[in-house]
Design a protein around this ligand. Structure first.
Ligand code: FPP
Length: 244
């Protein structure tokens, strides 16, 4: 699809969902769904950041609540993250993509944290798009952590109460990124599950039925076509459209 003349979002969010059901429908174990999902994520994120003009992509790959899953599944996912961040670092580097992370470090293992830190460090000066992995991420936790940072700054006298505003608050979130314009959740579930509560306040939502491992370039193009039809008013009224 030719994206050059389209109204495209600046920041897209994807809630990765349906790996498990995809695997079950293919008669495989859930872990196989995560493996194929992780391969798809690498492909689709490179398409989004390199071929469409979209500048920031945030992907929800592990919520704080996901630690409640079986030990077997959590361990598998942690090994997969470690392996993929190690193997994909060079690919993102070559594509000039900057990789960042949002989420709490506790209780992630040293092995996962090490590969996260390495890929962050390797790609930190890249300018061709930002890929934000939300890992051990929770929207409530992020807001609390931002409040604690602000409290600390106030106590140390680095800022004053009157310095805090809606424009300043996002600087204290895990990553200082622009708001999410377009939020996609795959697999036909209609909820946002604690994802980027602050950043998605005016996002347009899109809920395709497709399971994540099948969410390919064609599916993404369809999503963007839907976005171009949305009328974003940010709480105001488009008077020109109302009274032409
Ligand atoms: C949702 O499917 C997926 C997850 C909980 C996280 C796993 C994400 C990946 C493997 C892709 C990212 C990988 C890397 C390496 C960054 P689900 O298990 O909730 O599916 P279900 O709802 O059908 O059970």
């Amino acid at each position: 699809m030719d994206y050059s003349k389209m109204k495209i979002p600046y920041h897209v969010g994807i809630i990765v969902d349906g790996n498990g059901r995809w695997a079950e429908e293919h008669g495989k174990k859930r872990s196989y769904g995560h493996k194929i999902g992780s391969e798809n994520l690498e492909k689709i994120s490179r398409y989004i950041l390199k071929k469409t003009g979209i500048k920031v992509l945030s992907v929800y790959v592990f919520s704080t609540e996901n630690f409640k899953r079986s030990k077997e599944e959590v361990d598998y996912l942690m090994r997969l993250f470690t392996k993929k961040f190690k193997s994909d670092a060079k690919k993102y580097q070559k594509e000039n993509i900057k990789v960042v992370f949002s989420g709490r470090r506790e209780p992630l293992s040293e092995a996962v944290l090490k590969t996260m830190d390495e890929i962050t460090e390797m790609t930190k000066n890249n300018t061709g798009g930002i890929l934000n992995f939300c890992l051990n991420y929770g929207g409530h936790a992020e807001i609390i952590d931002a409040c604690l940072k602000i409290h600390h700054e106030l106590e140390n006298g680095n800022i004053k109460e009157e310095d805090i505003s809606e424009n300043v608050f996002p600087h204290y979130l895990y990553q200082d990124l622009p708001p999410i314009d377009f939020l996609i959740r795959t697999s036909g579930e209609y909820r946002t599950s604690n994802f980027m509560l602050w950043q998605a306040s005016y996002a347009e939502f899109y809920f395709p039925k497709t399971y994540f491992p099948d969410f390919n370039e064609e599916e993404f193009d369809k999503a963007i076509l839907e976005y171009t039809k949305r009328d974003r008013r940010f709480g105001g009224i488009d008077y020109e459209k109302k009274n032409p």
